[in-house]
Design a protein around this ligand. Structure first.
Ligand SMILES: Cc1cc2nc3c(=O)[nH]c(=O)nc-3n(C[C@H](O)[C@H](O)[C@H](O)COP(=O)(O)OP(=O)(O)OC[C@H]3O[C@@H](n4cnc5c(N)ncnc54)[C@H](O)[C@@H]3O)c2cc1C
Length: 320
């Protein structure tokens, strides 16, 4: 890839981890890496990205870009594409990335792939691997022509840890009228279930089959281990547990001493939320479930037999 343009994202005043993961992915492809930081008063974040492997960082700084806005962001990215003529535009697969990728590709009249976990070049083509249907299979998508727009799953690469000195250059002509206006951000009230501070988490997934089994099967293990209960997203989407129980890219990012995943397949969106746990135990009846790729101990079996046996073993070990 001769040139890749990374679209950076800022969250709570700092570069998102996923932006530094894009740096790793772009550098693996080879060629020149340029980046774009969009916002108002975001010079410090652009400097930061330049120090963290972002190469030449274009700074699109304007009052009209103060909060995320599809019009403003596509305007800024198109300016950067016109100026730099990249072969590839890399965006994180975040809510901003989902919103912008399709619209941007339509405006650039180019190919787009979302949810990508791996990038390779084959001749002049870019081949993207997309994990699909709850990680049941991977699809390989070949993108031809330039530029291409790709959104990468958070967690698909490590965050770039080098400290190469890049530069920052102001990008002109990025201001303008947005057809939609930012109104406000509403933060959900904090619940009492803070998984980020838990030392032990026992999480249940769709494998538990029904909400009553969280009480009847999972809770005894939670109590025996002195843990907090977590869950995968389908469990929360189904209303079996509140959102503050959800672990993953659109839930909580946790790093307990012990994480027990029960009946969870290990989709990348779940893994990104718990893979930094110190020790991981996975219980799943499917020996090929991706959760076993990150597990320190994997138990292949029926959770309705394994979990009660584990509860007894923990109680016995604790002398109860
Ligand atoms: C934009 C986006 C954001 C997302 N964010 C998140 C997120 O934050 N967190 C999250 O978790 N997911 C998230 N997802 C969803 C994610 O892609 C998966 O769909 C989800 O993680 C799957 O949940 P699961 O493992 O519980 O269910 P499934 O994938 O259905 O897996 C159930 C597992 O249970 C096992 N099982 C079934 N019965 C038994 C049994 N009796 N004994 C043992 N094992 C059994 C099966 O073998 C299977 O592996 C997101 C998806 C998208 C598109």
């Amino acid at each position: 890839m001769a040139k890749t343009l990374i679209v950076g994202e800022i969250q709570k005043g700092a570069l998102r981890e996923s932006t530094l993961e894009l740096v790793t992915a772009a550098r693996k492809l080879g060629g020149e890496v340029v980046s774009l930081v969009i916002g108002s008063g975001v010079g410090a974040q652009a400097e930061d990205l330049a120090k963290k492997g972002g190469g030449k960082v274009l700074l699109a700084d304007d009052a009209s870009l103060a909060n995320y806005n599809l019009d403003g962001w596509t305007r800024a990215i198109k300016r950067a594409v016109d100026a730099e003529k990249p072969d590839l535009v890399l965006i994180s697969n975040t809510p901003i990335g989902w919103d912008i990728a399709g619209a941007l590709a339509a405006q650039l009249d180019c190919a787009v792939a979302s949810d990508v976990i791996r990038l390779e070049t084959e001749g002049a083509d870019l081949v993207c691997t997309r994990r699909m249907f709850n990680a049941k299979f991977d699809a390989r998508v070949r993108l031809s022509g330039t530029p291409r727009v790709v959104t990468m799953q958070p967690g698909a690469s490590e965050a770039y840890a080098g400290s190469d000195a890049g530069s920052v250059a102001k990008l002109d002509g990025v201001g303008g009228q947005n057809r939609t206006q930012f109104v406000e951000i509403r933060v959900a009230p904090a619940g009492g279930h803070d998984l980020t501070k838990a030392e032990i988490i026992v999480s249940g997934g769709r494998g538990l089959q029904k909400p009553e089994n969280f009480e009847a099967v999972l809770k005894p293990l939670v109590e025996a281990l002195g843990a907090q209960m977590g869950a995968s997203r389908p469990v929360v989407d189904a209303g079996w547990l509140p959102h503050e129980y959800q672990v993953g890219s659109s839930g909580q990012i946790v790093s307990p001493k012990l994480y027990v995943a029960v009946g969870i397949s290990g989709a990348i969106q779940h893994l990104v939320g718990m893979k930094n746990s110190n020790f991981i135990i996975a219980i799943n009846k499917d020996a090929d479930a991706p959760i076993f790729e990150v597990a320190d101990v994997g138990i292949v079996g029926d959770l309705f037999e394994v979990v009660p046996a584990l509860v007894n073993a923990v109680k016995t070990a604790k002398g109860g």
